[in-house]
Structure formats: structure tokens, C-alpha cells
Design a protein around this ligand. Structure first.
Ligand SMILES: Nc1ncnc2c1ncn2[C@@H]1O[C@H](COP(=O)(O)OP(=O)(O)OP(=O)(O)O)[C@@H](O)[C@H]1O
Ligand SMILES: [Mg+2]
Length: 300
């Protein structure tokens, strides 16, 4: 178990109710310093609620949280300077220019990064003098990311940072997030792009209905989720795709290839894969989808 100083975020038995509705129902997790941690889960799972509590923007109903060793509810000035935030929705500063917005934020921090550096890092080059309200959706999101980075924070909260990005911009944002990790920063991100979580996160937690269903390194989740650890696929003689789940691909491949060779055949397109994060996610949250589909049928 890491000592307190190695943990950037500690969450214990966290609960949040909005009136009668309990959005977060007792969750525990921690994020080590220097780690990229992903919170995943369906719409309404409680991700933003959790992140906003950790950012100090929402009060918790119960439980304990520590962020960089402090209670985020206090939001001390010194603490705020160490934390960078990309909210899920923003709409501030629409009538000023990109460079002005960044300079304005930079001035609030003790050791800001150079505005031009942040512009380059987030791919906003050429838009420095544009009015914020004239930016496209994806460009606005890049500005959100730039605003979170300009104070050179130790810990960065990114709530769906790449929603609305074109594919190239997403890859650029991934590079930015990787470079933050290389600098030793801690990142807590939420995303609905499971490839993004798989590519970036050291560990993820999948939340549903305010509870954590599973937590771990993306590549290890398959085993703990109860999905088969390996998938062997090939095309049979008729060209049909055959998929076999196994926890012992060596033996299965030996049998399959041995039989095929004995028949003088080849196994077309033979692959062995591990379940992706997406496979695990869909398996774990499947109940939801079926219930929703049933509800829709019921409505019709
Ligand atoms: N201010 C609020 N008042 C009442 N209910 C709220 C409030 N904010 C969030 N909720 C409810 O709490 C639940 C969790 O919302 P939250 O925004 O945390 O979900 P999320 O996991 O971030 O979802 P998404 O993926 O859609 O962003 C939802 O059912 C939402 O309707
Ligand atoms: Mg959200």
C-alpha cells in the first residue's frame, strides 16, 4: 500500500445525493502520483459528480476525500494553483481572444507555462487572436485543455476532454496527455471512448449507478471481469468466422492447427486476442442496455 504522500487522490466511501436521488453510492478508489486514471461508465453513472467533488466544486454527502493531501472542499488558494481542470461543459470568456483568455488564467498562477507553449501543445496555433466565440466545438475544447494546463498544475482533471474532437485532434490530445504523464503529472480523466482509456490510462474504474463495478489496469480487466482471457478466431472451410473463448490458447491452437493440418487445410485469418476494454465494458454494462431496450419496446 502506497504511503499517503504517494497518493494524489484518495476517495473513501464517497456518497452524493441530489435530493432523494443518490448519484454516488459509496465508492472507494485512489490515484497514485504520476498516474493516469480513467473513470468510465454510462451516461448518468456519477462520473462528473465524483470529479466535481474532487475539484472542490460540489459538496459530498458522505465519505472522505483527499486531493493532494487536502480536502478539496476547502479550495485553498495554494491548493487551487496545483490543480488544473477541464469541465464537461464550459461557456466562459466567449467575448475575448484566445491569447487573452490564456494570459488571464496564467496570471492567476504562481508558476504559469508560457502562453505560446500551451498554444502549441494543444494545437491552437493560428487561433491565438481569434475571439473565443468564433472557435469551433473542437477548438473550444482544445482551449479548455489549454486553460487547464497554463498554470502548470501537478494534477489535472479532464472530464471528457476529447468529446467533439476530430480523429487527428484526438490523437494530438493523447500525445499531450502522454507528455503530461512523462512530466510526472497526475491525470484523472473521464471518457466514453474506450480506446482512449485503453491507450492512456494506467488504471481505470468502471462506474454504473454510482458504484464501481471493476477497477484495474485496462489489460488486466478481462480476467477479473469473468470474460474469457483469450479469444481465438479463424474462418472455417465455408468461410464462416469461428470464435472460441479459452484460458489456454496454447492447447487450443495446438488442437485446432493439428486437426486442420491433418485435413490438409489452413486456418484462414487465425488470430489470438485478449478481450479489449470495450469487450469488458460492454459485458459489464450490458444489463443496462437490455433493460433500456426492453423499456423502449414497452414504450412502443
Ligand atoms: N445538480 C444535479 N441535481 C440533480 N441531479 C443531478 C445533478 N447533477 C447530476 N445529477 C444526476 O446524477 C446522476 C449522475 O450524473 P453525472 O453528471 O455525475 O453523470 P456522468 O457519469 O458524468 O454522466 P455523463 O456520461 O452523461 O456525463 C445523473 O442521474 C444526473 O441526472
Ligand atoms: Mg459527465
Amino acid at each position: 500500500m502506497a504511503s499517503v504522500s504517494e497518493l494524489a487522490i484518495e476517495v473513501h466511501a464517497l456518497r452524493k445525493s441530489y435530493g432523494d436521488f443518490e448519484a454516488v453510492r459509496g465508492i472507494d478508489f485512489h490515484v497514485a502520483r504520476g498516474e493516469v486514471f480513467g473513470l468510465l461508465g454510462p451516461n448518468g453513472a456519477g462520473k462528473t459528480t465524483t470529479v466535481e467533488i474532487l475539484e472542490g466544486y460540489r459538496e459530498r454527502s458522505d465519505g472522505a476525500v483527499s486531493v493532494l493531501g487536502e480536502d478539496p472542499g476547502e479550495r485553498s488558494r495554494r491548493w487551487r494553483a496545483r490543480v488544473g481542470i477541464v469541465l464537461q461543459t464550459t461557456g466562459l470568456y466567449r467575448h475575448i481572444r484566445v491569447r487573452e483568455a490564456l494570459a488571464h488564467f496564467a496570471a492567476m498562477y504562481p508558476h504559469p507555462r508560457a502562453v505560446d507553449e500551451v498554444v502549441a501543445l494543444t494545437g491552437l496555433g493560428g487561433k491565438e487572436d481569434a475571439l473565443v466565440r468564433t472557435l469551433s466545438g473542437g477548438q473550444l475544447r482544445r482551449l479548455d485543455l489549454a486553460l487547464a494546463l497554463v498554470g502548470d498544475p501537478e494534477l489535472i482533471f479532464l472530464d471528457e476532454p476529447t468529446t467533439g474532437f476530430d480523429p487527428a485532434a484526438r490523437r494530438n490530445a493523447w500525445e499531450t496527455i502522454r507528455s503530461l504523464r512523462d512530466l510526472g503529472k497526475t491525470v484523472l480523466l473521464t471518457t466514453h471512448y474506450l480506446d482512449e482509456a485503453q491507450a492512456l490510462a494506467d488504471r481505470v474504474a468502471i462506474i454504473k449507478d454510482g458504484r464501481i463495478l471493476i477497477e484495474g489496469a485496462p489489460r488486466d480487466l478481462g480476467a477479473s471481469a469473468g470474460t474469457a482471457p483469450y479469444l481465438v478466431a479463424y474462418r472455417n472451410g465455408d468461410g464462416h468466422l469461428v470464435r472460441r473463448e479459452t484460458d489456454d490458447p496454447t492447447t487450443l491452437l495446438h488442437e485446432l492447427t493439428g486437426d486442420a493440418l491433418a485435413r490438409g487445410e489452413r486456418l484462414d485469418g487465425l488470430t489470438v486476442t485478449r478481450p479489449t476494454l470495450e469487450d469488458v465494458y460492454l459485458e459489464l454494462t450490458a444489463g443496462d442496455r437490455e433493460a433500456e431496450d426492453d423499456a423502449r419496446v414497452g414504450d412502443a
